[in-house]
Design a protein around this ligand. Structure first.
Ligand SMILES: [Zn+2]
Length: 353
């Protein structure tokens, strides 16, 4: 394209983007972009820049390089591909990386964004049940039809796909002693499928990866695919980092710890704290709580949205809890235990130098 247009609709509440071949339609909050006489919320603005970067990258990856399964795109039905981790995940990896490379953000900020995404994945029990290939294929029926069980059953091909791209980038850099990187793979995909507009087959990446990195990478690539694309293992990024970056266990405040151990999400309804999600392996699940329950008290203290943090802070990370709640307007009491094993792994990424 000769020029590229960012069409920004800044509203009170809303967020998202739609990619086109030489433009993008973006929706963001007014407070996310610089305004006259108003101090700028740096992290909200960074999120907006990430969105711009994401949709811009799509001009190459998905608007020109496309899955064969999208050619021709059939607008009257669902078009399935197992490759959304590539089209959305790798785009999500490059959106923040391009902000670093273009000096919109510094390394420390970039590592914070990467760690936030990684930690979010590690908090979702669904990551151990659904593979990235399945998450891609079932996007229309699961990812975009979220219900109360989604965090336990589904992994995001955006978030984990971005982590996969980071993992593959690190693997390639290790394997080739920094001679090659994921950039070389993306360039090869561009030449083979972008310039020609020939769609990429479901297994189309195999040949490219081996052509670019070399046939001695075959075993590593096959194992990588089996474990992290078609399997649902955690991607051990901490083991593959260069020695310039360290992954340290994240230190949590007591409140953060207890919230992670409880493993529930909630909303407020008429002054009541209503449970929306109960995560696998958490103390809330152990208690037998379910989405829809109205939480009344924990260890005799009434809980409301306003008082929840105060009540949770008074607890101990290894303690028995008595919880009162209402289900179908009937009062119930249950017991559960807070246990340090309920804490998911969480990391900070720190530049070593
Ligand atoms: Zn996207």
């Amino acid at each position: 394209f000769q020029s590229y247009l960012f069409l920004v609709n800044a509203v009170l509440a809303g967020y998202g983007g739609l990619e086109h071949r030489n433009s993008t339609a973006l929706l963001c909050k007014r407070d996310q972009i610089p305004q006259m006489n108003t101090p700028l919320d740096e992290s909200a603005y960074r999120e907006f820049l990430g969105l711009c970067s994401h949709e811009y990258f799509h001009a190459w990856l998905v608007k020109r390089i496309q899955p064969q399964a999208f050619q021709p795109y059939q607008l009257d039905r669902r078009n399935h591909t197992r490759l959304l981790w590539l089209f959305e995940g790798f785009t999500s990896y490059y959106d923040d990386l391009q902000l670093l490379r273009s000096k919109r953000i510094d390394l420390k900020t970039y590592l914070k964004l990467v760690a936030n995404n990684w930690n979010g994945i590690l908090r979702g029990p669904g990551r151990l049940k659904q593979s990235l290939a399945d998450s891609s294929f079932d996007a229309w029926t699961k990812y975009y039809q979220a219900d109360e069980n989604t965090p336990n059953a589904v992994v995001s091909y955006y978030g984990k796909g971005a982590l996969l791209a980071l993992g593959l980038d690190l693997k390639i850099r290790n394997f080739t002693k920094n001679r090659l990187s994921l950039d070389d793979i993306i360039r090869a995909i561009w030449h083979k499928h972008g310039v020609t507009l020939e769609g990429i087959a479901e297994d189309g990446l195999d040949t490219i990866v081996i052509q670019v990195i070399g046939s001695d990478f075959t075993k590593t690539w096959n194992e990588f695919k089996t474990r992290y694309i078609f399997g649902s293992e955690d991607i051990p990024v901490q083991r593959w980092l260069p020695n310039t970056i360290t992954a340290k266990p994240k230190s949590h405040s007591k409140l953060e710890k207890i919230k992670l151990q409880l493993g529930m999400r909630h909303t407020e309804v008429n002054g009541w704290l209503k449970i929306t999600h109960v995560l696998d392996g958490g103390a809330a699940q152990l208690a037998g709580l379910a989405p829809g329950d109205l939480l009344a008290s924990i260890n005799g203290e009434r809980v409301t949205t306003a008082r929840l943090d105060k009540v949770l802070t008074s607890l101990n990370p290894e303690q028995v809890l008595t919880i009162c709640f209402y289900r179908d307007d009937l009062e119930h009491e249950c017991m559960t235990v807070l246990d340090l094993n309920q804490l998911p792994d969480q990391f900070d990424l720190i530049p070593t130098a």
